[in-house]
Design a protein around this ligand. Sequence first.
Ligand code: HEM
Length: 386
Amino acid sequence: VVDFDFYSPPGGDQDVHLAWKRLQEEAEGDLVWSTRNGGHWIFLRAEIIHKAYADYKHFSSQMLFIPRERGEAYHGLPNTIDPPESLEFRALLTPGLAPRSVKSLEPIIRKESISLIESFQRRGKCEFIADYASKLPVSVFMMLCDLPMADAPALKYLADQVPRPDGSMTMEEASRKIADYLTPYLEKRRATPGIDLLSKLATGSVGDRQITFDEAMNLCSNTLFGGLDTVSVTHGFAMHFLATHPDLCRLIARDSSIIPNAVDEIFRRFAIASAGRLVQEDIEIAGVTLKKGDLVLLPTMLHGLDDRVYPDPLRFDIQRAVGATSTFGNGHHQCPGRFLARTELSITLQEWLQRIPEFDLDRSAVVRMISGQVVAIDNLALQWCV
Ligand code: HEM
């Protein structure tokens, strides 16, 4: 039993991955019960985390958020329902995010990436989160859904309130505001569909009927949370690390063929999400009985940081054969946006390091990390010589 508040783990504001790693190292077993946030289990080891993501029969997605009130308030599709129902909704989403579709987006993503970098390159400094990380994935998402680019910042702010609420509104309020924003677009797309992702979600079939307006809304807003926040956050952790590892930057700038390995290792070392699950029947895990109705948190970072799978797991090793991680979940709910996320990060590494091969943290600014079910870097001031 631990007193571990995953919304503010000890030392998490300085290094959130280390804060999680300490919990894994200090625990006596493979899972712990945290008394915080209404009480819930936390799985600590790669094997049980990975299996639980795929085992929807024992670990239902009905309660994706913890504490319970947050889980009950969230109705995103397809991730708050279990197979087989979830699969029909998911099928509307996957073609638009499949490798072939993402490949066709590559030139637009590259153009946007270059344009953002060149907008501040001559300044010799930037606030990476505000100037790049929160802009690129949002622009890509707005293009994917054919939404007005000018709305991106406001929508990003609302989307951030779900994984990491800043106290300005409840999850219900954030969800309602997002629904208010999307309503006119969804209505328009249902009447006259285009070829964008939003149109496909708004007009798709579920079984032998058309998707309802409310279902389409839940599907769209959920995709929005996935698309706007996670990629942005992963970029933050990647560039924070690269800024203090010039040798690695030089290596990637010299030889772009190692980018796929670098990206795999970034996803392993800096996984960001922890999904919640609801126990469906009493089950024994690593010698401990979990009761029906208990909540479980599955921190994907503790898969990547597990020394039983990855020797010296805190070390970033470009040669490491990473294999299957839980960074994007596992099984029937595995992230359909993972190809897009990989493409965006790969393009960033390539285009950034070609233009700014050497850069550093601005040591006068304090980097603050934020905890929650998606962890993040709040601010990242970078500088380089021009
Ligand atoms: C680095 C970036 C990303 C990470 C780390 C990430 C992580 C995850 C994880 C761990 C899950 C599984 C959740 C669960 O099983 O409960 C998931 C599901 C999902 N993600 Fe992502 N994601 C990323 C990018 C994206 C993008 C770019 C999109 C869309 C544009 C997206 C859309 C979704 C959707 C719709 C689901 C739910 C799938 C289902 O329930 O069947 N994600 N993501």
